[in-house]
Write a protein that binds this ligand. Sequence first.
Ligand SMILES: [Zn+2]
Length: 412
Amino acid sequence: MNLAINQDRLLSEIEALAQISDAEFPAVTRVVFTPTDLKARTWLRAKCSEQGLAVRQDAIGNIFARWTGTDETAAPVATGSHIDAIPNAGKYDGVVGVLGGLEAIRALQHSGFRPTRSIELILFTSEEPTRFGIGCLGSRMLSGALTAEAARRLTDASGQPFERVREKADMHGELELVQLKSGHFHAFIELHIEQGPLLERAHVPLGIVESIAAPASYQLIAEGTGGHAGGVLMTERKDALCAAAEIILKVEEAALASGSPDTVATVGICDVFPAAVNSIPSRVRLTLDLRDTDLPRRDKVLSTIENKSRHVSEKRGVSIQFQIINADAPAICSSAVTDAVIRSCNKHNLPFQKMVSRAYHDSLFMSRITPTGMLFIPCRNGYSHRPDEFASPEDISRGTLILAETLAELSH
Ligand SMILES: [Zn+2]
């Protein structure tokens, strides 16, 4: 099989999609279910139809474009990613996996290859949490990690109920039907930019992901006693912000002590009440984002943080409440998929590096229902989620070629 990736066509499509944006080129803003997102979806569907793919859309807007295989009863092999973009982002995050996936299918079609299993390109709805506060909405529902009932309870950043937003976007159908059974797909592979600097630093063109770290987020409320900043003596205070400050440092300490660079913990929000210059803080809200590739280790770090917070609480007479916002399990990639990727890399004498994905992706949820793999390409300086995000044309076509060959092997 001789596969030719049409680099010019692929790049011009990446540019064309970047023009469908609410930010000025080259910045990309494409928030899910906005008119701009819907326009981009229509554009993509037309591209898929032009290629003879059968396009279907589920009730949450996940799009499936199928190249039917010779055995229509066999579980399909899937690839894909997302095209929604956070405000003022770049052109490549997610897009490389969607348009690269389409180009991979075209190259296979052009070569005369006929898959036994169908090959399906998936566009996942709302990988970014921008609008509904929860990431991977489409793949999360597809895998059953988010129920229809829980989805209906979501509201967007402006308070609009999820169902209202969906209706306005002309998305219909029962949310209960979005979930796909384990075994529905034979395998899934996602091509993505690394969003980190490691491949570029190592001068390696491809990364093969072995595991995907998963975030857990928590909310901490510290409740102390407020009062006049002049009137209340230092020895009498129950300052909620002082307690929160101690806890933030305990968070850093616990993550550093885990013994693995894969443990990362961040307190990204600190809301102080009443936030007045002459008033002792009576209440503080912190958010904690804790990530790891190893679930027991993540749990251990969390319980260390909880214990130390309890200690701070007793010492300072400030009550501290922990609340889980969301805790997803990390994923291990399937060796059946990664071995196929490695065989393709070896065939072309392409060096690769096995790695961990520290950001989460739709693959995290796909791995719950099907053997899953991820293929990374370098991005300049590791920049992502900003307008100067860049992946080189050569790296994009190389990744697409390896993706195409892997799809061919898995669908054979
Ligand atoms: Zn992405």
